[in-house]
Design a protein around this ligand. Structure first.
Ligand code: MD3
Ligand code: FE
Length: 203
């Protein structure tokens, strides 16, 4: 068992099954107001396998023409993002150690074939705040490495209701999702995994 990298904290089953179900309902409402979109890589336009939306004052979006960025409105509807559900704000207050509330909540939806390749999160101006991640639905194999692309990595199985805090040295660590383990959670009727990431964006 490799230790987790410096700055990573894992809270297995932070949310009870009842809290998870209530949060899924909040996310379903948010997705009705702010439909999932297909993110595309800058320049190439290659589509990612996850589907995304956001809550909060700013949302992370990407497309071929304008690349990675945060913006206050949905790329298709032009509407402001829905508010971040209160339960997520209370998780942030409990685990982030950060004074200010999160500005963005990225909602990633994975079907059983979706992946996220190794990358760094560096589109934010404030790296002093951690990223807080909440997993719902099927388990995944999450991989995290060093701040250099070719550094050593460790894998972690994330389950529904788990919370992960990525602060300190790990804030700029390479990370990704290698695979989803289908049918490992009864939470989502049609299976798959939802990951919610809470962040500070502006300086
Ligand atoms: C480590 N999401 O949205 S969550 C992402 O499961 C992202 O959907 C993955 O990577 C997912 O950018 C991983 C855990 C996570 C989130 C942000 C991090 C790990 C991180 C930022 C820095 C280091
Ligand atoms: Fe990331």
């Amino acid at each position: 068992m490799s230790p987790l990298p410096e700055g990573v904290r894992h809270f297995p089953l932070y949310l009870s099954p009842q809290q998870q179900a209530a949060l899924v309902e909040k996310i379903r409402q948010a997705v009705q107001a702010a439909p999932l979109f297909v993110p595309a890589m800058p320049r190439t336009g290659k589509e990612m396998s996850v589907r995304m939306t956001n809550c909060g004052e700013l949302g992370w979006v990407t497309d071929k023409e304008r690349g990675y960025r945060y913006q206050p409105t949905h790329p298709a509807t032009g509407a402001p993002w829905p508010p971040i559900p209160e339960i997520l704000l209370s998780i942030w207050r409990d685990v982030s150690g950060h004074e200010k509330p999160p500005q963005a909540c990225l909602v990633n939806f994975y079907d059983e074939n979706a992946r996220m390749s190794l990358h760094q999160d560096r589109d934010e101006q404030d790296f002093s705040a951690p990223v807080v991640s909440v997993s719902l639905g099927d388990d995944c194999r999450f991989r995290i490495g060093a701040t250099e692309r070719n550094g050593p990595t460790v894998s972690l199985r994330l389950a529904s209701g788990d919370v992960l805090v990525l602060g300190g040295q790990s804030r700029l660590a390479y990370h990704g999702v290698d695979r989803i383990y289908p049918q490992t959670s009864p939470l989502l009727k049609n299976g798959g995994r939802i990951n919610l990431t809470l962040r500070r964006v502006t300086a």
